[in-house]
Write a protein that binds this ligand. Structure first.
Ligand code: PEP
Length: 255
């Protein structure tokens, strides 16, 4: 049985004082739940604060991306080893906002993915199609290519590391992110099952334990229906992760 995982993606939000209040509420609301994993992925500047406030609690923390490079002349970049210094458990890789805003290709996302697993951190690898791609019947093909980049696209030892750190896949249809238009539970389930089948072709055992979480306008109102589907193992939550009551409600529903 796969443990559910609920991850908050704070994106470009927060301040030291706001974070302190939000994290205190989450700790109060979630401290009794032992059956589900929770995490918040915060801006780099708040990793130190997350580490200070969450060490020894039942909430994990992580970053929202890492550089594809290990080190060197890459002004403003942050490496996987740097975020490991802050005891990050997770790093989001290949978020559609990165893919769209920074032209992050599957190949670049795969390099970042490899950096993360080599640093002993669990990647949350985002895949998903745009509205146009779905309308043209290309959704599965797009997602397949995104998955192939981190499986056949990487050498065998990197995929072994990815299994060791329990890599997570987040299916996030781009048309459902940040706009209140969520995928139906059946639409999401169909794509999650498709992704699990793809992984099974590479490693049947791992496909049974890999967590595939759903993201795209998850709210307390739609979370239960989505999280009850057999191949949906949790959620990647944007907007609602900034509101303690809403994120906590989603976490309680997941558990
Ligand atoms: C996201 O950006 O990963 C996300 C799922 O955002 P939202 O929940 O706001 O749609």
């Amino acid at each position: 049985m796969r443990r559910k995982l609920v991850v908050g993606n704070w994106k470009l939000n927060g301040s030291l004082s706001e974070n302190k209040v939000l994290i205190a509420s989450l700790l109060k609301n979630l401290n009794t739940i032992q059956t589900t994993d929770f995490a918040i992925c915060v801006p780099y500047t708040y990793l130190f604060q997350a580490q200070a406030l969450l060490t020894g609690t039942n909430i994990f923390w992580g970053a929202q991306n890492v550089s594809q490079f290990r080190d060197g002349a890459h002004t403003s970049s942050i490496s996987a080893h740097m975020i490991a210094d802050f005891d990050c458990s997770f790093a989001i890789i290949g978020h559609s906002e990165r893919r769209a805003l920074s032209n992050e290709s599957n190949q670049k996302a795969a390099k970042r993915f490899a950096r993360v697993v080599n640093a002993g951190i669990t990647p949350i690898y985002c895949v998903g199609e745009t509205a146009e791609e779905r309308a043209e019947g290309l959704a599965e093909n797009v997602v397949k290519n995104q998955i192939l980049a981190i499986t056949y696209g990487l050498d065998e030892s990197t995929f072994e590391y990815a299994k060791q750190v329990d890599m997570v896949i987040a299916y996030e249809p781009v048309w459902a992110i940040g706009n209140g238009r969520t995928a139906s539970p059946q639409q999401a389930q169909d794509m999650h099952a498709f992704i699990r089948d793809l992984i099974a072709k590479i490693d049947a055992d791992f496909s049974k334990r890999v967590r595939i979480i759903y993201g795209g306008s998850v709210t307390p109102d739609n979370a239960l229906a989505l999280l009850s589907m057999p191949d949906i193992d949790g959620g990647l939550i944007g907007r609602c992760s900034l509101i303690a009551e809403e994120f906590s409600q989603i976490c309680h529903l997941a558990s």
